[in-house]
Design a protein around this ligand. Sequence first.
Ligand code: CTP
Length: 414
Amino acid sequence: MTTGSRFITDFGLILPERLDLLKQIASVAASQSLPLFVVGGFVRDLLLHHSVNDFDLVVEGDAIHFGNALVRKYGGKLTPHQKFHTAIWHLPNTSETLDLITARKETYLAPGALPTVTPATMEDDLRRRDFTVNAMAIRIDGGHFGELLDPLNGRADLENKIIRVLHPKSFVEDPTRIFRAIRYEGRYSFTLEPATLSLINSESISVIMRLSGERIRHELDLVFEEENSSQMLLRAGKLGLFNAIHPKLPMFNPDYFVFLEIDPILDIPMSRMEIGYMLWFMDLMEDDILSIARRLDFSSDMTHSVWAVSQLKKSLPFLVNSRPSVWSLALENLPLLSIYVVYLVSRESALLDYLSIWRHVKPHTTGDDLKARGLTPGPRFGEILSQLRAAWLDGDLESAQQEQDMLERLIKLN
Ligand code: CTP
């Protein structure tokens, strides 16, 4: 990477079909005399020689007008958003979509509020962004293909591995940028430039309190999706961000960092993000978990999963050495991932037995068999089937014949 050259020629990290698509889009922009740019993370990662495939496309002009020209030439469908001067292009013959954005200026009416948007030049658009390394654009229309627009010296900061805000009010206007800074720092091993670091102070952190739960959760979700999430959580905690989110939000227990890097061993859908929150809140009191879940605007499923982890962990001492049927009864209404997370931290082998074996155990007898034996459907049905299952789980039955004998005894008791 050399700071000198104004034209970027090495697009080798983009898949050939993506580069073709970019060139096709660029040819329509050229025919409409619309300056078209790829911006932000695309440029940053291209210059860092990381793989890039997501385009952030910005036109200096009307993105909706440009989108209509793309549809005329290549087909597909356009969903325009007049208010934001943006459009979504649904590409023909695929489920893929591309966002088309009009270069814009932003004004913040209040700290932490969403900005008001007006059309502007590409350079204005770069000046409203978070960090210098994200404030570069590559022009791609016609003969301009590859031209780097870098009015804020982002390329030099990229070379020096520095994260620098564009102006002192950046974090106060949008404190989600504090989380973004931490993510880039951890992801690329960059350093927060001292003046930028000093802007993460009580003034900007206090604005986090005013952010909606959804916006904060989105930032935290992205942290859990990162490879170095442990480092980022440590950093966020040390900077005092958690207390601003919720007074009961604890530091992430360093003993649990290792579990953020799980290798799925079971046929349970794994989500790094869900596991992350479960580990984080596992040792809290029930009321605090529910209050934090409300602050972060968790779905009811997510709240239930996190709550289930803490409940199960607390009840382990009472379950240890129980028979498999007792374990199964205690676990059968809990989310599988919650059980798995408690297994990770406790290594209680019964939890793994339940996940891999016990939960699949069923008697041969079915409800239909009971009906065929003349029993009327009702609660007793379920009881008989549960008793048969429990007997299999606890090793009291070993053959289909033994199950039949037990069934006869249970029916007689009826
Ligand atoms: N941006 C910003 N302030 C924010 C969010 C985004 O200035 N609070 C700008 C940055 O220029 C960023 C671009 O919008 O590059 C796109 O945002 P996003 O897709 O969230 O980030 P990426 O740069 O693509 O980075 P990542 O790899 O983390 O997704």
